[in-house]
Design a binder for this molecule. Structure first.
Ligand SMILES: O=P(O)(O)OC[C@H]1O[C@H](OP(=O)(O)OP(=O)(O)O)[C@H](O)[C@@H]1O
Ligand SMILES: Nc1ncnc2[nH]cnc12
Length: 243
């Protein structure tokens, strides 16, 4: 097991095969309000082993022109091999949530990006989009619209099916939650195959909502999920090669 640099992690009782996430941290590109997919930003390799103290992480990030908050966010995400089934390297954001600074920085980066951009809808995908979406919605003055797993919403719904890295599923949204012409961002913790975000895009576009951007904390680029998003831009904080 590699050493885990974030002191908050010391409170955890990690399983024997917890890995330190090896992440490619993105520079934060400026928001594009046009309906074009954003190009992949330049990447910088950040290894947990190389930065044993927070000050070193910040210094390395500044030198490279990267948002200095991102390496800390990256290192707060735990990778669990073979969960929920063999072969899946599970990106566990619960350790990010335990790290108050990393969690706040994550929300702040999204808020800085979307505040004042005329966004009235933050759509969050169940379940982990429900963690990151609401604080962003409150901070930018938008409503939060939950996109739920089937048979959870009590009112009339519209639904979209999609396939996952490990299985198939469906998401639903209440009819009347959004109005045609509204401008939305879609928030989730992670994009893998892109099936979930693509279904969320289809749901919102069916009712005439403009997708300004999809935003995730983590991308698994090997799974090429962003190719499923059509013209909707994708903004991510960290890229993991542990797909
Ligand atoms: O890009 P994709 O291949 O569609 O995968 C990404 C989705 O998978 C995970 O959720 P999951 O479906 O496991 O549901 P959960 O959050 O309820 O555990 C993750 O939180 C994303 O929503
Ligand atoms: N590797 C992964 N880690 C966490 N959530 C996921 N959803 C789909 N693939 C995932």
């Amino acid at each position: 097991m590699q050493s885990i640099i974030c002191s908050h992690h010391l409170c955890l009782a990690p399983p024997p095969t917890v890995l330190c996430n090896r992440l490619l941290c993105h520079r934060v590109p400026s928001i594009r309000l046009t309906n074009h997919r954003s190009a992949t930003t330049s990447l910088r390799l950040f290894t947990c082993a190389a930065a044993s103290k927070k000050s070193e992480i910040m210094a390395a990030a500044k030198e490279d022109g990267q948002d200095p908050r991102i390496p800390k966010i990256a290192s707060s995400i735990r990778v669990i091999p073979d969960f929920p089934k063999p072969g899946i390297m599970f990106q566990d954001i619960t350790t990010l949530l335990l790290d108050t600074e990393a969690f706040k920085d994550t929300i702040d980066i999204f808020v800085e990006r979307y505040k004042g951009k005329g966004i009235s809808v933050v759509a969050g995908v169940e379940a982990r989009g429900f963690i990151f979406g609401p604080p962003i919605a409150l901070a930018i003055g938008a409503k939060f619209v939950p996109m739920r797993k089937p048979k959870k919403l009590p009112g009339k719904v519209i639904s979209e099916e999609y396939s996952l890295e490990y299985g198939t599923d469906k998401i639903e949204m209440h009819v009347g939650a959004v109005e045609p012409g509204e401008r939305a961002i879609i928030i989730d913790d992670l994009i893998a195959t892109g099936g979930t975000l693509a279904a969320a895009i289809r749901l919102l576009e069916r009712v005439g909502v403009k997708i300004v951007e999809c935003a995730c904390v983590i991308e698994l680029p090997e799974l090429k999920g962003r190719e499923k998003l059509g013209d909707a831009p994708l903004f991510i904080l960290v890229t993991s090669d542990a797909a």
